[in-house]
Design a protein around this ligand. Structure first.
Ligand code: ATP
Ligand code: MG
Length: 219
C-alpha cells in the first residue's frame, strides 16, 4: 500500500490579518511559508515542505475553494463561514485569531431603539446579507437590505441606509465616522475548515497538522 507521506496538501489563506495570524500556528505544525504574499505576486506560495502549498484567495472565497476541494483546508472568519453556509466543510478548530464582533451600527443621532419600537421599516447596508436577514427576522424587525462590498460606514452618513451590519474590533472606525454600535450580533474569530473528502482520503497526512494547529491555537 502507498503511504500518505507523499500526499500533496493545499491550504487556502487570505492576505492580511488572517495570513499573519495563521503563520505562527502553521509553524507550530512545522510548516513555514517561504514567500510573503504582500510582496510576491504569486498566488501559489511554496512552503518549507515541498508537499504543502498555500494559495492566496479573497477572504470570502476561502470556503468555496475548500468546499470544492481546490484547497484541502483553509482559514476563514466565522462571518464568512456563516454567509457561505458551510456546505462540504468540516470545521474542527476555532483558531482564536482575527477576533472581532458582528454588530449593528447607526449614526449617532439616529434613535434605533425607538425606530424598532415603532415598527419602522429600516434600510440596512451590509456585506453580510444572510447574517443581517437572520438577525432582523429573529427580532421581528422589517428591513430592506442593501448589499455593499466595502466601506459600509459611509452608508448612514450619506443617507443610503439607516443602519449597517459590519465587523467591529476597536470601534475606532465607527467613532471616526460618528457612528454608534447599537447591537452585537455575534462574536467572530477565524476557523480552520477542512474539505470533507480530504479529511477522509488524506487523514494520515492532515491529522498531525490539525492537531499541532489545535494545540498552538489553545495556547
Ligand atoms: P477583501 O479585503 O478581500 O474585500 P475583507 O475586507 O473582508 O476582504 P479583511 O478585512 O482582511 O477582508 O477581513 C478578513 C477577515 O478578517 C474577515 O472575514 C473577518 O473574519 C476578519 N476581520 C475583519 N475585520 C476585522 C477586524 N477589524 N478585527 C479582527 N478581525 C477582522
Ligand atoms: Mg479588506
Amino acid at each position: 500500500m502507498t503511504t500518505q507521506a507523499n500526499t500533496k496538501l493545499t491550504l487556502a489563506l487570505s492576505k492580511g490579518r488572517i495570513f499573519e495570524e495563521t503563520l505562527p500556528l502553521l509553524e507550530a505544525a512545522g510548516i513555514v511559508v517561504t514567500e510573503n504574499p504582500e510582496t510576491s505576486r504569486k498566488l501559489i506560495l511554496p512552503t518549507n515542505d515541498p508537499q504543502v502549498n498555500v494559495i492566496i484567495v479573497r477572504a470570502s472565497d476561502v470556503p468555496t475553494y475548500v468546499q470544492y476541494g481546490a484547497a484541502d483546508f483553509g482559514v476563514a472568519g466565522k462571518d464568512v463561514l456563516h454567509e457561505h453556509g458551510g456546505e462540504g466543510l468540516y470545521q474542527p478548530i476555532d483558531l482564536n485569531i482575527a477576533k472581532c464582533r458582528m454588530s449593528v451600527a447607526v449614526s449617532a443621532g439616529f434613535d434605533y431603539e425607538n425606530a424598532v419600537r415603532q415598527g419602522a421599516r429600516l434600510r440596512v447596508a451590509t456585506k453580510y446579507l444572510l447574517t443581517a436577514r437572520e438577525h432582523f427576522a429573529a427580532k421581528g424587525v422589517h428591513v430592506d437590505l442593501i448589499k455593499l462590498y466595502g466601506s459600509m460606514e459611509l452608508a448612514p452618513l450619506v443617507g443610503l441606509a439607516d443602519a449597517i451590519v459590519d465587523l467591529v474590533s476597536t470601534g475606532s472606525t465607527l467613532r471616526a465616522n460618528n457612528l454608534v454600535e447599537v447591537e452585537h450580533i455575534m462574536e467572530i474569530s477565524s476557523r480552520l475548515v477542512v474539505n470533507q473528502a480530504a479529511l477522509k482520503l488524506k487523514r494520515e497526512r492532515l491529522q498531525p497538522i490539525l492537531e499541532a494547529i489545535q494545540k498552538a491555537s489553545n495556547q
